[in-house]
Design a protein around this ligand. Structure first.
Ligand SMILES: [Zn+2]
Length: 59
């Protein structure tokens, strides 16, 4: 499953992909931040909370 959602007309593009072999969904915010969650609602909550929790993670 692969879902691409555009929120026209701005450049705010969110992407949600299913991670094969797992129960996880992988979301990418328009700012480039990435987040994994098993629940699409949780993932959308994270995306719509931008910029809260969207800092780039540094290992
Ligand atoms: Zn963001």
């Amino acid at each position: 499953m692969s879902v691409t959602t555009s929120r026209a007309p701005s450049a705010e593009v969110y992407r949600i992909d299913w991670v094969p072999g797992t129960d996880l969904l992988h979301g990418v915010c328009h700012c480039g931040a990435e987040h994994d969650a098993p629940d699409p609602i949780e993932l959308w909550d994270w995306m719509l909370a931008h910029p809260r929790g969207h800092e780039k993670e540094r290992p």
